[in-house]
Design a protein around this ligand. Sequence first.
Ligand code: SME
Length: 163
Amino acid sequence: MSEDLHIIQGTKEAQYQALYPQIEALITGETNLIANLANIAAALKQQFNWWWVGFYLVAPDNQQLILGPFQGPIACTRIQKGRGVCGSAWQQAKTLIVPDVDQFPGHIACSSLSKSEIVVPIFNNTHIVGVLDVDSEYLNYFDATDQKYLEQIVQLIVDHSLL
Ligand code: SME
């Protein structure tokens, strides 16, 4: 594992293309889920400097998400299935992009500074083990490029970690 992340400037696409192989290298050979989630959250924060980036994991009762490794301000620890953007992405089993969180019914405001959000479910085959949540302090910050690469990055987690 390299010690330093190589941060690049450029388009969003170029940033993800440079980051993806580094994330893969970072977690290759490490099977511990929490360690991998922690380093991925840190790598994404270092490259993109988003307001908040982190993971929620499905609880053993399969009814709620519990806060996992993240970078950013303190956050809500538990989210019920179907609640907020995270719980909705889990229930609907698909990535949700929310350009304006104030327009999303039931949005859970962990921070009033968060303005837009993307939540990407982490699929282990057909069932969801958690979600990646990213918040921005800017409106309309996430798009199909984020969805494409973040979905690839969460797949790396499943491929490399013991779940
Ligand atoms: N806004 C999220 C809650 C998690 S925090 O943003 C970190 C939601 O509505 O699910």
